[in-house]
Every structure is written in structure tokens, then in C-alpha cells.
Design a protein around this ligand. Sequence first.
Ligand code: NAP
Length: 520
Amino acid sequence: MTELLSNFLAGRWQNGSGAGTELIDPVLGTPLVRVDAGGLDLAEAFAFARQEGGSALRKLSYRQRGALLAEVGKVLQAGRDAYYEIATANSGTVKNDTAVDIDGAFFTLGSYAKMGESLGDRHHLPDGDSARLGKDPLFQSQHMLTPTRGVALFINAFNFPAWGLWEKAAPALLSGVPVIIKPATATAWLTQRMVQDVVNAGVLPAGALSVICGSSTGLLDQLQPFDVVSFTGSAETAGVIRSHPAVTQRSVRVNIEADSLNSALLLPDASTEALELLAKEVAREMTVKSGQKCTAIRRVLVPQALYAQAAEAISARLAKTTVGNPRNEAVRMGALINRAQLNTVLEGLAQLKTEAEVLHDGAAHALVDADPALACCLGPTLLGLRTAEASDASRHVHDTEVFGPVATLLPYRDIEHALALVRRGQGSLVTSLYGSDPAALARVALELADSHGRVHIISPDVAALHTGHGNVMPQSLHGGPGRAGGGEELGGLRALNFYHRRSALQASTAVLAQLFPVSA
Ligand code: NAP
């Protein structure tokens, strides 16, 4: 029997009462550990986090809480090697892809630790300037932000067990709000180990951080009016959360990061240099974490006249991708997370193929050091629609998010047509633009900003500097309108808004000066 991972709630380690769900190595097929959340006293856990964790965190200033994040970062740095091993075994990722998750988590934590320092010794934040309410300037209105006195419940997706926890927990803890994390079952191990290390190091107050691995049953029922829930995952589960009475009746604040048909757009009259930049980024996005990134490029739009050239440039890069066992140094792309995910990707691919031609076939990649009967590995596949009319007529390409190493090339007639095609994603996390004319890039960015959380603009001058289409930087907003879930995460200090309540204080300037001394 494999080890049963413990849950940490109400300030103590507790095992679920069931047999547990086994986590499997997606390359070797071997069982790793088990998780179970059966029989846990969730009411006690939520109350403990709210009362003990919340009040201890709120006693600290932003600067002190920022220092705690720095301490958490140090503890996690010390466990880095063990985390890499867990990721290799449980997520089947090569080192570079593991880094996106683990080192991305460290970077995000470090960024919020510094932001805490910059906020100083305050316990609440001003929101804008004060405004006179009448002729006499003595009576004014000042908006302020105070930490919510609830708990932050995180329900996360399988693809970022490390970053997915800390990109949410860093702004929550910095805001003074305790965290309960429920990782996706398939990859719960890394999240659980990180929480275990932080808890054992004793750097956070009791109740500030809890982890529940296994079934989500009953979690949402615990939520009370001042709690918040932040969800990352499929649109289908997002719908379940949105319609839960906690949200519909108790006004629990909810943030949703769901699936997204992200695009990359090569502008008309693009230079060969710009086309090469697009090809490089598309190939990278398709293969990093085997395309299991919510921000990955799914639709690639190019002028009709450049369709063949773009197909060739992207395919040439994909052909060099070695796929297989991430433990083998020659391998550049590891596995999908499990058999169920592989089957879902294959089904989605079959659906897209009813509309699109195959430009580069992932099935042609022989697996390196991995048994095709066991390993959940799949080579990258580039599909294409050949004509601008086919780009219009296609339905699945604009609707079906294949969460794997798959993208589709779509030719367009003119920029208006390209914009219309991008918008058929109905709101995405990110689009990237490739071109050499700053004025044209700025015009297109303005057209697409309202339907995207992030517009990543690449011109040859930033070729060696840019942070990547799919890389989520803590300084920039992560989230997208419409189909992408309508959520907002990160974006520097903007992330703190979700964990604070905004109130208008109407008082004499003398009272307001008490709350916001000029030196603060
Ligand atoms: P999922 O099946 O929706 O699961 C996400 C989380 O929800 C898991 O922790 C899951 O727990 C939990 N869950 C399942 N049913 C639930 C319910 N009825 N009530 C409460 N929680 C429930 O999604 P996934 O397959 O893990 O993730 C892939 C999807 O996530 C993709 O569509 C991808 O686009 C999206 N994603 C979006 C972002 C973003 O930032 N926008 C980032 C990453 C992924 P169990 O694992 O225990 O079932």
C-alpha cells in the first residue's frame, strides 16, 4: 500500500477515513501516494482558520506579513530538490517545465514579500483620495480597504500544484486572510508537501494555512458571507461553484479562472523576423508542460499569403521536440497528467481534425525511454484550416479547448477578419501580437484589450527581452473576461483587492487623519 497523505486542518494533521485515491506516475504507471478527505470535520477546520488564523494575521502589518512570505519562500527554497522529484514522478514534466511551476511559485512569493515591505506598517489601506461632501470641506468621504474577516478557499487545477497555490496564497496572506487549499486530486502531492514543509517550519501563525487533499465534497457548504473562494479549473466545475448557495445566497465573493482559447496573431505585412518570433513562441507554447497551460496558444492567426510559410516554420521547430520520459536528459517534453487527460486530449484532437488538416503530426514522434502502452505522452500536433473561408466556417477550433500539445493555424483575409476570428474565443486570458510596426501593434492591441486579460506584444526590439506569451508574471494581471471565467489574479497590488472590503468613511477631516496619518 502506498503512503496516505495527511490533511492539515484545525491546526493538526488528520488522515481521511477512506481508502483514498491513488496518484500515479504518468510515465511509468507506478502508484505513488494516496489522498483522502473522507470524514474530516470541515466545520471545525473553517472556524479554526477564520478565528485563529484570521485574527493572528490581522494583528500583523503588511510589512510583517510580507516578511512571513519571505520566510515561507526560504523554507520552500530548501525543499526545492524534493519538489522537483515529486513533480517528475507525479506530473511527468521535464526540468524546464517543472521550473515554470516551482520556481515560478518562488518568484511570485518573493514579489509579494517585497510588496508587503513597500506597504509598510499599516493595517488597512486608503483607496483613492478623500472627497468633499458639501460646501464645507470639514466633512469628507474617504474610501478604504480592510482585510475581509473570513477564510480564502482555493480550489485548484492539476497543472500548477506549486505556483497555483502560491500565486493565490501570497496576496491572500499578505492581505491578512487565512488560506484553505484544496489541490486537484491528480497532483495533490506537491501542494501537500509544500504546505507540510511550511507548517513544520512554524513560520505562519496557527490556522493561517490548511490543506485538504481529495474530494471537494462539502467544502463549499462551509462558506460564510465574508469568505472568498478562488477557483481554477474547467468551465463546467466553475458553473457548479457559481450556482452554489454560498455564492447565490450568501454573497461569498468568487474568482473564476477557467478555460480559454488563447490566440497568437501575426499582423499583416509582417517581416520574416516577426514570423520567426511567432513560430518560436507557438512551438514553445505547444510543448511547455505538454500544452497543459491555461494560457497556452490554441489558435494561431496568420495572413492567408503566409499560411504555408508559417506552417513550415512552426512544424520545423516541433519536429525537433523529443518526447518521453522526463528523467532522460535528451527529452524536451514529458507527459500529460494521466490516462484520463490523454484520452480527453485525443478526443478533442479527433474533433478538431473533422475541420482541420494535420500540418505536423504528434503521432509521428517516437517516445524516448518510455513505453507507449504505459506512458501518457503525446507528440505536439499542429493543425491548420488552409483557407480564410475555412477559418470562418470552423466551429470546434474556436470552441474546444484541447488541453494538450495541440494548436491550429488559421489564415485570415485582412486585419478586420483577424480581429473577428480572435473574438470568437469569447474572451481569453491572453493574446499575443507579432509585428514590426509599433503604431499597427498598438492599434490592434487596443482593439483586443477589452476581450483579454493580457495582451502580449512582440516586436523585434523585445525579441530577447519578452517574458513569453504563456508566462504569468506577478506584476501583470492574470485572468480574462467571458469564457475565460471573468476572474482577476495577480497584477501586483491589484491582487489584494479580492481579499479586502472597500468601505466609504464619511467623517470630519480630524477623524480621517487618525485613520490615514500623512506619514503612513
Ligand atoms: P476541474 O476538473 O474543473 O478541476 C478543478 C478543481 O475543481 C479540482 O481541484 C477538482 O477536484 C475540483 N472540483 C471538481 N468538481 C468539483 C465540485 N463539484 N465542486 C468543487 N470543486 C470541484 O479542472 P481540471 O481538469 O483540474 O483543470 C483543467 C482545466 O482548468 C482546463 O480547462 C484549464 O483551462 C483550466 N485552467 C485554467 C487556468 C486559469 O488560470 N484560467 C489555469 C489552469 C487550468 P478533483 O481534482 O478532486 O476532482
